[in-house]
Design a protein. Structure first.
Length: 782
């Protein structure tokens, strides 16, 4: 007996012992129906008085809590029988008949325990059901989209080909399947010209394709897939692109799914998993609301209808006779407009599904030997090693090795490879080794007598990782958005900036071996080397064989090893592709912890050029002189967003003090500068930037004097690590102690992080924050 005939026997056995249900199934046969054409689809109206309890059901959470769950086994009618079905990972379901049917053989497939209605992790169970019962279409109503029991997980099923939209989509996909140039349908879906007004190809994942159905209801998406795995991948990606209403766990949608031969063939006996010619088909119908205004209208337009999957697929269930009689194209069109997603949301979903991102090459690690795993190939750990200027892998030598990414990411990518023993925190006290997981493609190259692992990843996926490790995910969304734009501007400007140093290709191997490591240290540039002064600044030195490295030299990047913050995800999604530009060029968007009341000029800290958007301005509302600066705050909620270890870090950043005895400071300066000065006599600021940051400082000692600059060098020689800033006044006390009274933290150029966090907390938008710190710039989408 086939699985489907087993079901039919189960239903008839059940009805023979349950008179009430049998009567309902009988009366369904005589239910009145009529047809109408709505939005280009011929739909069916079914007058079904027994459905009143479902259409008028109270599904608010208070009402749900107050009633006992009618799907739980203990509350089911005595007559109800069960056919068992086992889903994935031990999830069990009870297949039952629906005693108030809208279809012949109408089934409810109930999870054996009381857990919320949710599609997360359960799509493959649904696919298995469709695969098992090929005569049936399985469907799912989201918790606020027609599910009468949003608190108890269940699917439903009905015989194939009853719902008008299902039949229409099946016809269209059959046309596409026939037109496919390859037998397995793995090529991007070719939509024949004659049906291109009805359905449009959107994207694909492995062996699954996604289409947009253009009539009847907005937000209608069609999936076809050869395997349940690729179906699930594409489905969840689609879901990721739709908005989730406040307080809900998933977007609002209805879903129907079936499994069929691509060319109407007959299913062969036995196990057909992966049999060529069969595929899963599904329709996702995104919703804007559960009920239209007609439900609440007390006038002539009232309709007691709560659209679920059947209605959304063109089979309108109408419990009341007066509604059934008055329903016309206008009322149905109005209702569909209101319960489906808005045009704006539909556009947004389509954009998210198809948007692109620039590719970035990130140098992850460099070693004589690297152990890695490709997630999809199941081969487990493998090894590459350096040998005679090449990469040794699987017994052969290569100049370069490339492992393609599994999927193109238009939302946020999934894991594709693992690297073992990645050293993190190079040269820091917490340096250690870690196994890390990455999305995107993996490339091995040779540099400096070692193998280098390079991750080729989309800029947005990269940002998701770096911002998640840098910022608290509880941070204000506008602060995170501002940061996303700054980081994206920086990283975009790094792409392709690397000079592929032709000269180094001519170097001998021994010389290459002297290239220190993956982390190229900050390049120091010196002014007037012969003068005896020590005026230096440090800037980012470009990498030669990739765009950025994964360590603090560029931005710390640990791939998917970091926990992704939900707000970070939102911030990147909302600012996707946006960079800061000035005069059509990407800005050098520097930032620091706290300006101390006024931002600083570029030339105070780095080379002698100033940029029009990096001005020295009061960090106050409207840059008003004398007003209270944004960054002058002690608000713990705000500070903890910016200071990663808020509890451990010092909070005196707006104004601070450093104090030394004359002996202490004399020894410190000699040691930190490497110049013997004897006993310090005087510190004389020679040049100061507009924020008060000292640019050049004269150090006068009994045994020697010199001039030190710029901003960072001043901070270096006056502290064991770094002085908070070079904006300080110099006070000698009566007991011969040196007190530095300072303001701010960091170089003071560009965005002041603490000020920005305060601005966000006061309701400024990210565009306003960016305009405040980078005046005259524009936000542009690449
Ligand atoms: Zn229950
Ligand atoms: Zn770097
Ligand atoms: Zn500030």
């Amino acid at each position: 007996m086939s699985e489907s005939s087993k079901i039919r026997k189960f239903v008839s056995d059940q009805l023979s012992v349950w008179p009430m249900a049998a009567a309902n199934f009988r009366s369904l046969k005589n239910a009145e129906t009529r047809k109408l054409t709505v939005g280009g689809l011929e739909v069916t109206l079914q007058h079904n008085p027994e459905r009143i309890r479902s259409s008028a059901a109270k599904v608010d959470s208070a009402s749900i809590k107050a009633r006992s769950c009618f799907l739980c086994e203990s509350n089911r009618p005595e007559e109800q029988r069960v056919l068992k079905f086992e889903g994935r990972k031990g999830r069990k379901y009870d297949i039952c008949i629906n005693p108030f049917p809208i279809f012949p053989n109408h089934l409810t497939i109930i999870r054996d325990r009381h857990v919320d209605q949710s599609i997360w992790h359960r799509l493959t169970d649904m696919a298995d059901l469709a695969h098992h019962y090929t005569d049936f279409t399985v469907f799912y109503n989201g918790p606020r989209c027609g599910a009468s029991a949003p608190d108890h997980m269940h699917f439903q099923a009905c015989p194939r080909g009853i719902m008008p939209l299902e039949t229409e989509v099946d016809r269209l996909i059959d046309r596409i399947a026939t037109a496919d140039s390859v037998p397995n349908g793995e090529e991007a879906g070719t939509v024949p010209e004659s049906i291109s007004k009805d359905i449009e190809y959107i994207t694909s994942v492995q062996e699954a394709q996604l289409f947009h159905y253009k009539h009847f209801t907005r937000g209608a998406f069609v999936l076809r897939a050869r395997t349940s795995k690729s179906l699930a991948k594409l489905f969840y990606r689609l879901l990721d692109c739709a908005p989730i209403p406040e307080g809900e766990k998933e977007p609002m949608f209805n879903l129907l799914m079936w499994y069929k031969s691509r060319k109407g063939g007959v299913r062969p006996a036995g196990n057909t998993h992966g049999i060529s010619g069969f595929e899963y088909r599904a329709i996702v119908l995104f919703r804007g609301s559960h009920r239209s205004h007609h439900y609440f209208d007390e006038g002539p337009d009232h309709l007691t209808m709560s659209p679920g999957c059947a209605d959304m697929a063109g089979l309108f269930i109408v419990p009341k006779k007066e509604d059934y009689d008055k329903l016309d194209v206008r009322l149905l069109t109005e209702m569909m407009q209101e319960v489906s997603v808005s045009e704006e949301v539909e556009k947004e979903i389509l954009w998210r599904l198809t948007r692109t991102q620039r590719k970035l090459e990130v140098g992850i690690m460099s070693a004589p030997e690297i152990v890695f795993e490709i997630v999809s190939d199941g081969a487990g750990p493998q090894k590459v090693s350096y040998m005679e200027g090449k990469i040794s892998y699987n017994g052969a030598l290569y100049d370069e090795l490339y492992f393609e990414a599994r999927t193109i990411s238009t939302m946020f990518a999934e894991p594709s490879f693992i690297l073992h023993d990645v050293t993190i925190g190079v040269d820091f006290h917490w340096q250690r080794k870690q196994t890390q997981c990455f999305a995107g493609a993996l490339k091995f190259i040779v540099e400096g007598g070692k193998v280098v692992a390079v991750n080729i990843i989309g800029v947005e996926d990269y940002l998701l990782s770096v911002i998640s490790s840098e910022m608290k995910s509880t941070s204000d969304l506008n602060l995170l958005k501002a940061h996303a734009v700054i980081s994206r501007s920086w990283v975009t400007s790094m792409i392709g900036r690397r000079k592929i140093n032709r000269r180094s290709e001519g170097l001998k191997l021994e010389e290459l071996n002297n290239v220190p490591s993956l982390v190229t240290h900050l390049e120091s540039r010196e002014e007037n080397r012969d003068s005896g002064d020590m005026v230096k600044w440090f800037d980012h030195e470009d990498h030669k064989r990739f765009d950025v490295c994964a360590d603090d030299h560029c931005q710390r990047y640990q791939g998917l090893t970091v926990a992704v913050g939900e707000n970070v995800r939102k911030a990147i999604d909302a600012t996707w592709g946006q960079v800061l530009t000035y005069d059509g060029k990407i800005c050098d968007a520097r930032f620091h912890k706290c300006c101390g009341g006024r931002t600083e000029l570029f030339s105070t800290c780095w080379e002698d050029k100033d940029l029009p958007y990096l001005q020295s301005l009061p960090d106050t509302p409207g840059h008003e002189e004398g007003a209270d600066p944004f960054c002058n705050t002690a608000d713990a909620a705000v500070l903890s967003q910016v200071l990663n270890d808020y509890d451990l870090e010092t909070k005196d950043f707006f104004s601070w003090k450093a104090e030394y005895s004359r002996a202490e400071i004399s020894e410190l300066i000699s040691r930190r500068s490497g110049r013997m000065i004897g006993e310090l006599k005087e510190l004389n600021p020679l040049e100061t930037g507009p924020s008060g940051r000292i640019k050049k400082l004269e150090v006068v000692g009994t045994a020697g004097s010199f001039v030190v600059g710029k901003e960072l060098m001043v901070r270096k020689i006056l502290s064991e690590s770094h002085l908070k800033s070079s904006a300080f006044s110099i006070v000698w006390t009566k007991d011969d102690r040196l007190v530095l009274e300072g303001r701010g933290w960091g170089h003071g150029v560009g965005l002041c992080q603490i000020g920005a966090a305060v601005m966000a907390s006061r309701g400024y938008g990210y565009d306003e924050i960016l305009q405040h710190y980078y005046p005259g710039t524009s936000l542009e989408r690449l």
